[in-house]
Design a protein around this ligand. Sequence first.
Ligand SMILES: CC(C)(COP(=O)(O)OP(=O)(O)OC[C@H]1O[C@@H](n2cnc3c(N)ncnc32)[C@H](O)[C@@H]1OP(=O)(O)O)[C@@H](O)C(=O)NCCC(=O)NCCS
Length: 156
Amino acid sequence: MYKIRKAGYKDIGTLVKFGKQLNSFEYIFAQDFHKLDTNSNKKFVEYFRRHMRKRSSMILVAEYNGKPIGYLAAKIQKRSSIYKLNRVVELLDIFVCTEHRKSGVGTRMINFAIRQYSRRGFSHVVLFVLSKNKNALRFYRSLGFREFVKEMYRKA
Ligand SMILES: CC(C)(COP(=O)(O)OP(=O)(O)OC[C@H]1O[C@@H](n2cnc3c(N)ncnc32)[C@H](O)[C@@H]1OP(=O)(O)O)[C@@H](O)C(=O)NCCC(=O)NCCS
C-alpha cells in the first residue's frame, strides 16, 4: 500500500540516496549542470536538513508497505514586491524509484504538496524541468502544468 507523509530527520540517509539518484538521472541530460562537487554527500544532507527546518519548505516521502520509494521537495519562491503575486510555490525535486513508476505515486506527492500549500493561501506552483526529460514533461503536463518561460544557456 502506498502512503505519502512528511519527511523527518530519520529519513535523511534515504533522501540523500534518492537525491543522488535523481542527480545521476538528470546528469544524462545536462552534464555541465549536474556534475557533483566534492563533499556532495555533506551538501545533500545540509540541503535536506535546511528544508526540513523551514516552515515554508516541504519534504515528502512516498512509502510502499512502509519502505521509502520516492520523495518530493518544495519551497516558497519570493518574487519582487512590485507584484501582487509576490510568493509562489516552487517544486524543487521529485523522484520515484524505477520499479514504482507509473503507479500514481508522483501524482499523489504533487497533489499532497499542492493541497497543503493551497490551504495556506498559495495560489501558483512553478518548477524547472530539463527540456530533454520528455517523460517528466509528460508527467507535469498530465497534472495541468503548462510551459510559460524558457531558460536558455550557452558557454561563455
Ligand atoms: C517523473 C516521475 C516523478 C513521475 O512519477 P510517477 O509516479 O511515475 O508518475 P505517475 O504514475 O503519477 O504518472 C502520472 C502520469 O504522468 C505521465 N507519465 C509519467 N511517467 C511517464 C513516462 N515515463 N512516460 C510517459 N508518460 C508518463 C502519464 O500521463 C501518467 O499517467 P498514466 O500512468 O495514467 O499514463 C518519475 O518518472 C521519476 O522519478 N522520474 C525520474 C526523475 C525525474 O525525472 N524527476 C523529475 C525531475 S524535473
